[in-house]
Design a binder for this molecule. Structure first.
Ligand code: UDX
Length: 458
């Protein structure tokens, strides 16, 4: 059992803290936000994540986890401090490391015994060398302190499960002492551990995330071609998936990837390459395809409808994926302003993300159109002229073809998640467009101009 401090209580920090407590370690989660700390003490999670509150409450009651703003005591007593603070994107695509630097300095100024600092936040390759130097520069007491890299691979919505049942634990260290300590901390998880040097560990995180982003963009690119030539991308993906060199996951074409990782990590790696005088052509292509993909359905619909002015537009799903209230880089954020600017009257439904969305686009008039948030998919569809499906929530999947036909004024549906069979939708009398599946009706990609199809590409 080790004394572990965790800096930052976002997706990475809080979930890691809870997982370490669950494995029997003594954990102190540190956050600068007093209100958040009080909330967590009373068993409430600041993030929406399956199973998290149950485990927070269980481990808090067992005395294995505590929450505090008092970083001095937490770092002073820790055998290891895990850093899970944010590394948001700067305007030029680089990662903003100011939160990491603040924590590093606090650690340096407070530790009184040997301590391993473990960076879980995603940081550009080479950052952990600098963090270690930075800590040594500010170190007050004569103790051993080293930095290890331990990237996190959890996905939102399944964060607790992904952490407790990770496919692998990556540890990047520069000494036997650090490697052995980190291995011991992870021993109770009984998971495969890959031990490499620090820079390789940092690179594994980016290379993995960007590979997945690339896989999605590749399928979206193929999807668009499928649609133009009359193939069906879902059938194509299924056919590809039997080859285990390709695998069956992350082959779903759709409205582009969003979230806190893929968009940021692709840009960060592209930036790292450019800083080293290299052009990372594959990752650049993934970014370009994704940018176009997010508004492709909007373009199809604008072509079909001429204008959205005065039309009732139903939007089903606002978050970047189901199981989270996170809106970061969600396709909805790209499409809603375009629709509002066209004078659309939007009725939006999302089972958990609406409140967050309303902070960006408050209910009522906004530019030329209006936005109203409703509590059910059916309320959004009632009397609508057109519907966009942006997130594959269970509640959205549950709307039947007959439901669209019955509820909408004109049953015209643009589905960014390929939730329905084209044939069944059409048999129900719904004019239905999706991604990468040959459109039986007019109004698909074929009718877009070359310019619309390749807008962001040079
Ligand atoms: C991702 C990685 O999965 C995780 O390992 C990493 O640590 C952080 O980034 P997350 O962003 O939470 O996790 O979600 P994920 O489920 O991977 O989906 C990311 C985006 O890709 C979503 O917008 C999703 O809709 C999209 N996606 C995913 C597709 O468009 N098609 C797919 O086949 C899979």
């Amino acid at each position: 059992m080790f004394k572990i401090a965790v800096a930052g209580t976002g997706y990475v920090g809080l979930v890691a803290g809870v997982a370490f407590a669950e494995m029997g370690h003594q954990v102190t989660c540190v956050d600068i936000d007093e209100k958040k700390v009080e909330m967590m003490k009373s068993g409430i999670s600041p993030i929406y994540e399956t199973d998290l509150e149950d485990l927070m409450q269980k481990n808090y009651a067992a005395g294995r986890i505590e929450y505090t703003t008092d970083y001095q005591s937490a770092y002073r007593e820790a055998d290891a401090v895990f850093i899970g603070v944010g590394t948001p994107e700067n305007a030029d695509g680089s990662a903003n490391l100011s939160y990491i630097a603040t924590v590093a300095r606090q650690i340096a100024e407070n530790i009184e015994k040997d301590c391993l600092v473990v960076v879980k936040s995603t940081v550009p390759v080479g950052t952990n060398d600098k963090v270690e130097q930075f800590i040594h520069d500010f170190l007050v007491n004569d103790v051993r302190v080293e930095v290890a890299s331990n990237p996190e691979f959890l996905a939102q919505g399944s964060a607790v499960h992904d952490t407790l049942h990770a496919k692998r634990i990556i540890i990047g260290t520069e000494s036997k002492w650090a490697e052995e300590l980190l291995k011991k901390i992870y021993e109770p998880f009984k998971l495969p551990i890959v031990s490499v040097n620090r820079k390789s560990a940092e690179m594994i995180k980016y290379a993995s995330n960007d590979f997945l982003a690339l896989k999605i963009s590749y399928m979206n690119d193929i999807a668009n071609l499928c649609e133009l030539v009359g193939a069906d991308v879902q059938d194509v993906a299924e056919g590809m998936s039997f080859d285990d060199r390709i695998g069956s996951k992350f082959l779903n074409a759709g409205i582009g990837y969003g979230g806190s990782c893929f968009p940021k990590d692709t840009k960060a790696l592209e930036y790292l390459a450019s800083q080293n005088g290299y052009v990372l052509k594959t990752v650049k292509a993934a970014i370009d395809v994704n940018k176009d993909q997010k508004t492709l359905l909007y373009k199809k619909a604008s072509n079909r409808l001429i204008t959205f002015n005065g039309l009732k537009v139903a939007i089903l799903g606002l978050t970047f994926k189901p199981g989270t209230d996170d809106l970061r880089e969600a396709p909805s954020l790209e499409n809603v302003p375009l629709l509002l600017d066209q004078g659309a009257d939007i009725y939006a439904y999302d089972p958990v993300g609406a409140a967050n969305f309303a902070r960006v686009y408050p209910e009522g008039k906004s530019s030329k159109g209006t936005i109203t948030y409703v509590d059910t998919a059916e309320a959004a569809l009632e009397g609508a002229n057109v519907c966009f499906i942006f997130t594959e929530w269970g509640e959205v999947k549950a709307v039947t073809p007959e439901g669209y036909k019955m509820l909408m004024r004109t049953p015209l549906v643009y589905d960014g998640r390929n939730l329905h069979s084209i044939q069944v939708m059409e048999e129900a009398g719904v004019e239905y467009y999706s991604v990468g599946r040959a459109p039986a009706n007019k109004g698909g990609l074929k009718e877009l101009t070359k310019n619309d199809l390749q807008s962001s590409r040079r």
